[in-house]
Design a protein. Sequence first.
Length: 458
Amino acid sequence: MFFPSEPFRIKVVEPLRRTTREEREELIRKAGFNVFNLPAEAIYVDLLTDSGTSAMSDNQWAGLMLGDESYAGSRNYYHFEETVRDIFGFKHIIPTHQGRVAENLLFSTILKEGMVIPNNIHFDTTRANVEYNGGKALDLVIDEAYDPHIDHPFKGNIDLEKLERAVEEYGPERIPLVLLTITNNSGGGQPVSLENIRQTRQLLNKYGIPLFFDACRFAENCYFIKEREQGYQNKPIKEIAREIFSHGDGCTMSAKKDGLVNIGGFIGINNDELAAQITNRLILIEGFPTYGGLAGRDLEAISRGLQEVLNEDYLNYRISQVRHLGQMLEENQVPILKPIGGHAIYLNAREFLAHIPQHQYPAQALTVALYREAGIRAVEIGGLMFGHKDPQTGKEVYPELEMVRLAIPRRVYTTQHMVYVAEAISNIYRNREQVKGFKITYEAPVLRHFTVRLEEID
């Protein structure tokens, strides 16, 4: 088996505290069996998210010391703007303090009641921002994405026939844009091919509909294109990125992923009028257009992180570390979503805990078991996150995939940590019949998984 070695040396370490099984049992019960309610110091390996959890480089830390905190016209903004435009190519670069604000600014500006936003698969905050602003979020990914066993190279692709049917059904006037999430987080961190992007652009040109990208993990998507798509093996990552975004009219990005920083994001856009509308709204809720809710030092860290993420040695290590964890799990017959994605391993909770029905939230049960067993925090991506009540029948509707995501922070954990994670999960799988399901005792009307409280079913 290929053993990925880190392409960096470690200069600073943060001690980790190991809790006992008894401590974890008490903590998870107090948390209402919701890992979002756990204190971070009680976590040994935190795979809750890869968002904002990256370790910054010495170069980025040095950049913090050059922070220009002028209210308007900070030199760091101009460096940030130059870097983003160099990679993404969009005319207007609007900073925000994180990705969901970029989503909210975009959708609160363009959406009217009854409009529709097609996507391959919306992630939770994207879907919530669409629906909160009166829109309907459509998931139009290819059918292969919903089969965890199919080894398709580009499971993130949008289905062009589904997309054209949606345009004909709703009418182009009700679709202000189509969004492609690269890589497709809710579908297993799966990439979108450049051929699919080109064909999507050609289809939308027929109807005059703009194409936008959720670009959080664009560099990882570029790596998969270089690895899997014919004609791209010898192209630099930056060149692939430029080709992707040349087909778009704009993007939103949480720089907390492939920006390799702990805070920040932006909107890139070509349309002058829309950019002006978004900028006016930005001033109201985020700040002046040259800082957008961020300190100058944060803008500098993003600039440097976006340059570092294009390094192919880094990307090879990044993808290989995730792949190595997946291979160890497969050796122990643990059911996972295939092929292995870019930023996370997705455990197939429906098969892992086949004795727990979906209405008892098997993915959440597996998430709780993982914390109890080893102090590892993951996140449920299944019936708890994406389940909802049908407005007509009042019955719960569940998603097709029931998964636990092990999102690996960038440059944070060593490969030996991944061995620990694999052993813990494999041990749970060997004793899986002991895991029990859950029922909800409290849920919020929006994004319920963040604050939900549950009770174990005996």
